[in-house]
Design a protein around this ligand. Sequence first.
Ligand code: ATP
Ligand code: MG
Length: 329
Amino acid sequence: MRSRRRILTGDRTTGKLHLGHYVGSLKSRVELQDEYETFILLADVQALTTHFEEPELINSSILDVTMDNLSVGLDPEKVTFVQQSQITSIAELTVFYSMIVSVNQLRHNPTIKTEAANYGYEDLSYGFLGYPVSQTADISFINADLVPVGEDQVPHIELSRKIIRKFNKLYGTNITVPRAKLSEVGRLAGLDGNAKMGKSMGNAIYLSDSPEVVWQHVRKAVTDTSRVHAHMEGHPEVCNVYKYHQVFNPGETDEIHKECTSAALSCFACKQRLNEVLNNLLEPMRERRAYYENNIDIVKDLIHEGSKKANAIGNENLERIKEKMHILI
Ligand code: ATP
Ligand code: MG
């Protein structure tokens, strides 16, 4: 029996992580790392579903994503970093699960549909369509109990639960049926007024961005467009900067609301306040990241050692699964 329940979470290695990732998942990873045995997947195979023409980006992102996770305060003594492409049991489970999931189940998955539309795909690749299948393999190769996710991932976890239940019933295996843990904040909007901060939207504030770059984003943020003079009263409910204060500066939102609606606080001053809050959050992350950037071999070792450990667990689990499937002779 293992002593603690397990979390499997992770990121596709398609670039550096931003504030949306932080509020959507990284923050809760840090909070849960003591309670759960945590595995952080560096999803380089899933990166290929959309970025198969950019192997260099995927390669550098394996290190960047690991450093981003370390920079927010994940403790390398507590969490295990796992490079997906190095885990043979994930690849094998993906094949086994793919036999019992129907193409229609995948085609009707709302996240697949939205993402396919975002990327402009009309004829989906087999791998892209099968994303939730390989995600099921990611979760179950170590029998993870809990999967912290953003709302867009909920349909995937629902499908994972169905696949695993069906598989267990068919073969008498005892693979853990995982639960999704939704992040509290949900989706972080862009300061530019876009409904989402995203890498491909050009509105991302990366965790590794310098104070100058952060200020460029904050300075240009779209506020209440009807407030054309600082002496006019503002409408916080339509303001992107106010939304950010609510997420990153909850202690001051009442005061800011009051000062904005009474025109005591200009948009510029309000942005300066947000800028300070964001930089206070990011500064310790920049410091931790600088340490790892200067000691990149430590980062590589963490990935190698973590993947080795995860492979051992996965291989043992897979051996039992294959036995139950009667494919060992
Ligand atoms: P892209 O624009 O290339 O799709 P992205 O910025 O959306 O990139 P992804 O790697 O697609 O980044 O995101 C991975 C996961 O991170 C998402 O499934 C989602 O759960 C979470 N996430 C991304 N952006 C945000 C955001 N703005 N707010 C909350 N969570 C987010
Ligand atoms: Mg995305």
